[in-house]
Design a protein around this ligand. Structure first.
Ligand code: KG4
Ligand code: ZN
Length: 334
């Protein structure tokens, strides 16, 4: 029986319909408005979710060729994320579930990124190590079962995507910066400028990206506006290489500490080509499986929330009427 899933934790309004691990439709509406501000503005995001929720839901149902009557459960991201944005999704989910007394399944957003790997085709079975790198999070998740994960390393300051977005902005690129930075970096020399290798000597599994960002600020300041513009491709290539290097170094170190048969990626930064290539090389060298989901399933989407919902606790009607979203807090999926 089809499950409806809704995700509105940041700036993408997403709805999906799933039949078990099969995605019947997966609709993502990105809010272009934030480009003007060079980042996500929480209030603008909430307002857009309000406007987009119904058209996106309609598109997801139409794409799956089902109507509301066919849905037998509603999954929704409960947190972490922007509270106003989350509340739109949660209220929408409740208002669909309650009149028909359907169960509501609240999902941890990060569990969603992990669970994108459980979807057809070719679902990945735990145990595996999952590197989640997005605009809001950067962490290494040890996935021992479908129901949750354990964080074994995480960023001490900026998320990888946040640092990439800020670097892109310094180089005059639009928002979100990741795809544009990747494109620009293709024509640049990653060794033209030297960026610090952050946390290289730190024996732990945590990440840090704020030093990289500061390094770019100083390089751009020394170059001046015109030179920065002329050398933007080299700067993008060097910055991207430094981010990828840190992510892959820590991933390799985490693999050294356990007997992991597989690696997966999640979060928007996992759409990055050079990161995927570097992780593929790492896995090949170690003879372990590298599960790659499509780029659409890496960035925020509702199919991953529906996937996690299959392994999360449903709340029966009417117990969820007072259930609230959370901006920060429970992580680990359970
Ligand atoms: O997971 P996501 O869609 O939303 C959050 O939960 O944050 O991730 C968005 C982040 C942004 O910082 C964006 O610049 C980054 O993922 N991103 C990329 C690429 N595509 C998206 N970063 C590097 N390379 C890309 N191709
Ligand atoms: Zn995300």
């Amino acid at each position: 029986m089809p499950l409806l899933a809704i995700e509105t934790s940041c700036d993408d309004t997403c709805a999906a319909v799933l039949d078990g691990a099969q995605v019947l439709s997966n609709v993502i509406s990105s809010q272009a408005d934030h480009e003007r501000y060079g980042g996500v503005v929480p209030e603008v995001a909430s307002r857009h979710h309000l406007e987009l929720a119904i058209p996106v839901l309609d598109a997801a149902l139409a794409g799956a060729d089902v109507d509301f009557d066919a849905i037998d459960g509603v999954a929704v991201t409960a947190g972490p994320g922007l509270i106003g944005a989350l509340l739109v999704g949660l209220s929408t989910a409740k208002s669909i579930a309650a009149p028909r007394q359907l169960p509501l399944i609240p999902v941890d957003h990060l569990h969603g990124h992990v669970a994108a790997n459980f979807l057809e085709p070719d679902p990945l079975e735990p145990p595996f190590l999952c590197l989640i790198a997005s605009g809001g999070h950067t962490m290494l998740a040890a996935v021992g079962d479908h129901e949750g994960f354990e964080i074994v390393g995480e960023t001490l300051d900026d998320a990888a995507g946040e640092a990439i977005d800020k670097a892109a902005r310094m180089l005059g690129l639009g928002f979100p910066g990741g795809p544009e930075l990747e494109r620009l970096a293709r024509s640049g020399d990653p060794e033209a400028f030297s960026f610090p290798v952050a946390m290289a000597r730190d024996p732990g599994l945590d990440f840090s990206f704020s030093g990289l960002k500061t390094a770019l600020v100083y390089i751009c300041r020394d170059l001046g506006e015109e030179q920065t513009r002329d050398r933007a491709a080299d700067l993008a290539a060097g910055f991207q290489a430094a981010v990828v290097d840190q992510l892959v170094t820590k991933l390799g170190r985490a693999l050294d500490r356990g007997d992991w048969p597989a690696v997966a990626l999640g979060g928007g930064v996992a759409a990055n080509g050079p990161l995927r290539e570097a992780v593929a090389d790492l896995c090949q060298a170690r003879g372990i499986r590298f599960k790659q989901v499509s780029r659409e399933l890496c960035t925020d989407n509702a199919a991953m929330i529906g996937s996690a919902a299959r392994f999360s606790r449903p709340i029966p009607y009417p117990d969820y009427l007072g259930f609230d979203a959370f901006a920060t807090g429970p992580r680990g999926g359970r």
